[in-house]
Design a protein around this ligand. Sequence first.
Ligand SMILES: Cc1cc2nc3c(=O)[nH]c(=O)nc-3n(C[C@H](O)[C@H](O)[C@H](O)COP(=O)(O)O)c2cc1C
Length: 272
Amino acid sequence: MLQFHVDETLCVRCGDCAADCPAGIIVLNDLPEIPDEERCYRCLHCYAVCPTGALSILGNDPAQAETEVPELPSPAQMGNLIRWRRSVRSYQDENLPPELIDELLDTACHAPTGVNARDVLFTVVRSKEFMASFSREIMARLSELEESGKLPGGLAGQYLAFVVSAWRTQERDVILRGAPHLLVTSAPKGAPCPVQDTHVALATFELLASSHGLGTLWDGLLMMALSVCPDLVERLGIPADHTIGYAMLFGKPAVQYHRPARRGPAKVNMLG
Ligand SMILES: Cc1cc2nc3c(=O)[nH]c(=O)nc-3n(C[C@H](O)[C@H](O)[C@H](O)COP(=O)(O)O)c2cc1C
């Protein structure tokens, strides 16, 4: 049940809710109505767009909502955030406050999802202590595979052989890189856009983390390790019916960058 309710004393019959509904299911019968509730995306656009706060849905009451549009980052600030973000491969040996991690996740989960599925699962390692033991497990499993000649062929095999060698010769974990935290996004295989949703969630998380001065790393080597050692996926508690989007390390950086990299110009295929 959507609990769709329109306060007739506040509704000005402007039709904005119907015009903005992506499913096109709001009918204007003097007051707006939703005859076919099953087709609602639950996106809350009708609730957000209503100029007079006449409309409540799914327990969202406009009387309780923020009304002031907050100050948003300027284009220059957003541009700086994007240009100064770097992949961080060395981290301070310190856990982030749990409240900060919760705040990052509760904001990142506002990222868009296909058909508003909102099914992305954020699997998070909260402590460097778990990371240290996970690191030993990963290295033990990869060393076993390498010794028994069971690493895959091709590029993935070459990278994983390099991982094992760095561990064996220097006790250096180039997968988890001493980061105190790990985030892996996944979504049910049957969701409308599980791959895209999980990537968008991570990209959103990364920019937000950067705005807090945190470092992040998209961890392709961990993805390779997880694909050859499915038991490690289980160890992370990721449901078997989920597609894993990607893995990302995060924490306070132990490295500082003094200038951004020049990347442009963008490769563009411009039309019109
Ligand atoms: C999908 C993806 C996977 C990546 N995997 C790794 C990885 O396993 N290890 C690593 O050190 N860097 C990894 N990176 C980081 C890239 O090497 C990095 O983004 C690139 O060198 C540009 O550097 P910058 O991010 O500092 O601008 C990955 C990046 C992406 C987007």
